[in-house]
Design a protein around this ligand. Structure first.
Ligand code: ZN
Length: 280
């Protein structure tokens, strides 16, 4: 197993609360790039196993972490992928994954501020998977072998921009700068007892808003990877935001306000703490 971090733009592995610079630990300067590290995910297990006897570069400071996958080629978002959320949105269960894009420029680290774009900005806690080994037409039975790791994300969404059009176009309303906090670490799949049953929650201003398990997904990760790879060639680092459970603000008219803290947590991954600040 491994926990891959982005420390000030450099790939690092987390061990026992400390971080080890990946290029320094391996003597391979090309592994300083977090995207190179994701593409070479299979090698990271062996590196992680050497860290117990190595002096670390420092203690992990979550506020100093960048997005663990900083420059993916593609970022897919999946709408209405929890049975519970489809229910609260009063939508029929989709026959195929409802897919939009979050442009990669929205990605930020686990404690970055969320710069609010308006008065109807909503939270969506989500499990995010990163492709490690690319491919096309990946069968469901092989899909997890193409995943480098799992992280946590917020699919922050401006509901006005997302839903104004007829038909609505989701991508821009979910792509404002800072609308994609991810992290704190990219955790290898083998670190999870069952990667299809991960607990996650989201608190806003101290109030529990969302709480679910990924076993409630309508289209689980293997189906998403197989479906998307039937359309696009998947590339190492591509991210899939797998969808959000019920408890978002929109259906009850409760949106993010200047100064509020959004805390997101997932079992085996960790916590995001993102403060909302007013935009221009
Ligand atoms: Zn979402």
């Amino acid at each position: 197993m491994f926990r891959l971090l982005n420390v000030a733009g450099r790939a690092a592995l987390e061990h026992d609360g400390h971080w080890h610079d990946l290029a320094a630990a391996t003597g391979d300067a090309t592994l300083a790039d977090p995207m190179a590290a994701v593409a070479r995910h299979a090698e990271l297990h062996a590196v992680q196993a050497t860290l117990a006897g190595r002096p670390p570069e420092g203690a992990v400071d979550p506020a100093a972490l960048g997005p663990c996958v900083p420059k993916p080629e593609k970022v897919f978002g999946i709408g209405l992928n929890y049975r519970s959320h489809a229910g609260e949105s009063n939508m029929e269960l989709p026959p195929a994954p409802l897919t939009f894009t979050k442009f990669p420029s929205c990605l930020v680290g686990p404690q970055a501020d969320i710069v609010l774009s308006g008065a109807a900005v909503d939270w969506e806690v989500e499990i995010v998977v990163a492709i490690g080994t690319g491919g096309r037409h990946i069968p469901q039975a092989e899909a997890w072998n193409h995943v480098a790791g799992i992280t946590l994300g917020q699919d922050v969404s401006d509901r006005v921009v997302q839903l104004t059009g007829k038909p609505p176009q989701f991508s821009l309303g979910k792509s404002f700068d800072t609308y994609g906090p991810i992290g704190p670490a990219l955790v290898s799949v083998d670190a999870f007892a069952d990667p299809d049953d991960i607990e996650l929650w989201c608190d806003v201003a101290g109030e529990r808003m969302q709480h679910a398990r990924t076993s409630d997904l309508i289209f689980p990760v293997a189906e998403l990877v197989s479906y998307l790879s039937g359309i696009c060639t998947l590339t190492p680092g591509d991210l899939i935001f797998t969808g959000t459970p019920d408890g978002v603000g929109g259906p009850r008219g409760r949106f993010l306000k200047d100064g509020e803290l959004v805390e997101s947590w997932a079992e085996g991954i960790g916590t995001l703490r993102n403060r909302c600040v007013a935009g221009r």
